[in-house]
Write a protein that binds this ligand. Structure first.
Ligand code: MTE
Length: 321
């Protein structure tokens, strides 16, 4: 994502247009029909004010359903073949190939730090903590592209509450897997490893913040961060760490990988914000992958202002901190 890295930023539009013509992805119902039922939609993902059901968005869904009338699901091939995953490669086309043999089981996640009940859970224990919900969210990368993804997962709050946060817990630090033998990109010093990210405690507890383990009705593929990918839909995509192995509640703002790399481009908060121009990436517009419309204006908080703007009351939104 940085200028020193030969990242091929956005796949040529024609590639995605042809995929779009192929799939004619016009909403969830149409997607299922067009792909012969490739997605196994959950019959009853459980009640949530934020989930959409197995249908296309309807008028009145508004922010609560987290997808607007103007949004169309991104073709699954785009989601699974256009990936930022530096543990495997700096080229977005490589993770689908290079991570194909990566086994996300056995897996365990440690929750520790300022909690009354620190614990290490294996994946089955973790998945049994809360029912899987389907959440269709806009997914916005700081590089200027966006997608619309039907994630499966549960609120991160369910995991944090189970560990019983102590009063001193002000931030949450996320650590991705460090394993150069399985993640060839970690043999390069392109970033400091392991990949680390962080949220303020109230951001981590917000009901939109999702610990995702699936998408498009299936378990996550390795290139999408299997088995666990954090999703914070009002922030730039790099805030959502993949392949999480440790979640630590701390009292001070944790260091984060991209912020260490280039603080001017990658602030700690990094809420989607069209008015903050970053040295490498103007944020006024975005390119919705898989769509025919040229560029669309970037929405403040990626369109989730109604749900999250209150978290930042008193902070100067023209700054990224
Ligand atoms: N997490 C780890 N561990 N390593 C990464 O390189 N890339 C981030 C984020 N999480 C990244 C990561 C970036 S820049 C983006 S845009 C999203 O993952 C991409 O997620 P996706 O491939 O599922 O769309």
């Amino acid at each position: 994502m940085n200028g020193n890295i030969p990242a091929r930023e956005i796949t040529p539009r024609e590639t995605f247009l042809s995929r779009r013509r192929l799939l004619q992805t016009l909403g969830i119902g149409a997607s299922v029909a067009a792909t012969g039922g490739v997605y196994a939609w959950l019959a009853d993902p459980g009640p949530s004010p934020y989930r959409t059901s197995g249908r296309g968005p309807r008028e009145g869904d508004g922010g609560g359903a987290a997808v607007s009338m103007a949004d169309t699901l991104t073709p699954p091939e785009t989601f699974t073949h256009y990936n930022n995953y530096y543990e495997f490669s700096t080229d977005k086309r490589d993770p689908a190939l290079l991570a194909a043999g990566f086994k996300p089981r056995p897996w365990s996640v440690t929750v520790d730090g300022r909690v009354a009940k620190p614990r290490t859970l294996d994946l089955d224990q973790l998945l049994s903590l809360a029912p899987a919900e389907e959440r269709v969210y806009r997914h916005r990368c700081v590089e200027g592209w966006s997608m619309v993804i039907p994630w499966l997962g549960f609120p991160l709050a369910a995991l944090l509450k189970a560990a019983e946060p102590l009063a001193g817990a002000k931030f949450v630090a996320f650590t991705s897997l460090l394993d150069p033998a399985r993640m060839p990109g970690q043999k390069s010093s392109v970033l400091r490893w392991p990949y680390v990210e962080g949220l303020r405690m109230d951001e981590a507890m917000h009901p939109l913040t999702l610990l995702s383990h699936g998408a498009y009705g299936e378990a996550l593929l390795p290139q999408n961060g299997a088995p666990l990918h954090l999703v914070i839909p009002w922030k730039y995509g790099f805030k959502g760490a993949k392949a999480i192995v440790r979640i630590t509640l701390v009292d001070t703002q944790p260091a984060t990988t991209w912020n260490l790399y280039s603080p001017a481009d990658y602030g700690f908060y990094s809420n989607v914000n069209p008015s903050i121009t970053r040295p490498r990436f103007s944020q006024r517009f975005e390119d919705r992958l898989g769509e025919t419309v040229d560029r669309r204006p970037t929405l403040a908080f990626n369109g989730y202002a109604e749900q999250v703007a209150d978290l930042y009351r008193g902070m100067d939104l023209a700054k990224d901190y």
